[in-house]
Ligand binder design. Structure first.
Ligand code: BES
Ligand code: ZN
Length: 458
């Protein structure tokens, strides 16, 4: 461990400068005008993979954004790890709310500010530097390692399943490691064994053929914005229960043991509230905050538009109004089935005075893993040693479509070992990464690889 720690300490600045170079590329997968940047980022990553000591690296095209793939297979008979992450980032707007520009990374105190700093380029870079550290200090990796970093995670990983099926042999591994989740507190490592799934829908309500003068023709037709608001209001009861028939049918209740374990985690409701900046908490009655966040499904309006929203007043009945609505799902809800239930319910709520379209944008299945696999224990021990604190076993409320897909396809343990923090503003202005977690993460991940060598390989 000391050789590893010494190497990391001696190369802090070089690591940081390299990460800054990666963060300068605006690889925003959702925006077509950044297509070239996304491709350039994949290319750049393969160069970093080679420079870090992987033997081979290439950009593999998909029907969407490409995948950066690299490998080091010089440990015959030893287990193989598949490391997954994503190099695409969320759009950076609203730009005026950033203290420094999102693609001009800036260090302030212990934090590195940039879009993608924590989600997920910084965490991908932890693995690259763990590889470099081991190869530079001992001349080889203790395990075989494959690294696949995709460019479409933030838009639903649409082409990933096909990629995994096509490259099944090449990607075969004994253990999958993903670093795209937070820990609860600085220097307290965490393994996340559950993620919520997602079902992302859009409702478009259309009435008159064009906007109408609300005096000249108002009063004889339905107003799409009003109708949409009424539909949305009927999706949840005042205490937050989702009113789509059948929505909760497959929700698996928590065991008594898991409830107890989650209740013993360190964050208080007050600390969660502080992360939101909201005046007070508002969740489902009867469920502690972490259960609301990690183990209960939700329905949320992500955006709603319709009619006149510019300066001053304009008297119209809008022709159209629409809303984007997402539902976070928990085991054993299925995004396709939930999309069908949602659409059926919306169609029942819509009056005949308007037309409605219901679109299904993307989805992800929830993920849940038993904690009894030896790889999980080994990793927890290595992380505890690396960070100097015991490893927390947590779930998370976000979604990573890859995780369930690979778990179902490969049937191997998937360890979500993340180095983010809940307050690092992923997807928001001033996204940042706590650098002490990043540097300790590099050394701890090298220790995880080392200890994985003792596992049996298939
Ligand atoms: N890193 C997040 C996933 C995450 C967020 C895990 C919060 C744990 C806590 C990932 O990059 C992400 O944002 N995923 C999307 C997936 C979606 C677009 C299918 C999400 O959860 O919204
Ligand atoms: Zn994200």
């Amino acid at each position: 461990m000391t050789m590893i720690a010494d190497y990391v300490a001696a190369h802090r600045n070089a690591f940081l400068q390299e990460l800054i170079g990666l963060l300068q590329i605006p690889s925003i997968s959702a925006q077509t005008n950044h297509r070239e940047d996304v491709a350039r980022c994949a290319q750049h990553l393969t160069q970093l993979m080679l420079a870090s000591g992987l033997e081979r690296a290439e950009v593999i095209p998909t029907a969407g954004h490409p995948i950066a793939y690299g490998e080091w297979l010089g440990a015959p008979g030893k287990p193989t790890l598949l490391i997954y992450g994503h190099y695409d980032v969320q759009p950076a707007d609203p730009l005026n709310l950033w203290t420094s520009p999102p693609f001009e990374p800036a260090v302030r105190g212990t934090e590195l500010y940039a879009r993608g700093a924590v989600d997920d380029k910084g965490q991908v870079h932890v693995h690259l530097k763990a590889v470099e550290t081991l190869i530079k200090t001992s001349g080889a990796l203790p395990v075989n390692l494959k690294m696949m970093v995709e460019g479409e995670e933030e838009i639903g990983s649409e082409h990933l399943e096909e990629f995994l099926r096509t490259h099944r042999e090449r990607l075969a591994a004994d253990v999958v490691i993903i670093s795209d989740t937070p820990m609860l507190q600085p220097e307290h490592p965490a393994i996340c064994y559950g993620l919520r799934g997602l079902c992302y829908m859009e409702i478009i309500v259309e009435g008159p053929a064009q906007d109408l003068h609300s005096g000249a023709l108002g009063g004889i037709v339905a107003n799409p914005a009003q109708v949409l608001a009424e539909i949305i209001a009927k999706l949840k009861s005042p205490d937050g229960r989702i009113l789509i028939p059948g929505f909760y049918d497959k929700v698996r209740p928590l065991s008594r043991e898991e409830r107890k374990r989650l209740a013993s985690l360190p964050m208080t409701p007050q600390e969660w509230l502080q992360l939101t900046g909201s005046p007070r908490l508002s969740g489902e009655p009867g469920y502690p905050v972490v259960e609301q966040l990690w183990a209960r499904p939700t329905l949320d309006v992500n955006g709603i538009v319709g009619g006149y929203i510019e300066e001053g007043a304009k008297t119209i009945i809008p022709a159209k109004a629409s809303a984007k609505i997402s539902m976070r799902l928990v085991p054993n809800q299925d995004p396709k089935k939930i999309a069908t239930l949602f659409e059926r319910h919306i169609r029942q709520l819509v009056p005949p005075t308007v037309k409605v379209a219901v679109l299904n944008h993307h989805g992800a299945k929830p993920f849940y893993m038993a904690l009894d696999h030896p790889a999980c224990k080994v990793a927890a021990g290595a992380l505890a040693e690396g960070f100097g604190h015991p490893t927390n076993f947590i779930r998370e409320g976000g979604s990573i479509p890859f995780v369930n897909t690979i778990a179902e396809l490969f049937g191997k343990p998937c360890l979500l070992i993340g180095f983010g923090l809940p307050d690092e503003q992923a997807h928001a202005p001033d996204e940042h990464l706590h650098l002490p977690n990043y540097f300790t993460g590099v050394a701890a991940m090298a220790e995880v690889y080392e200890r994985m060598a003792a596992l049996r390989s298939a």
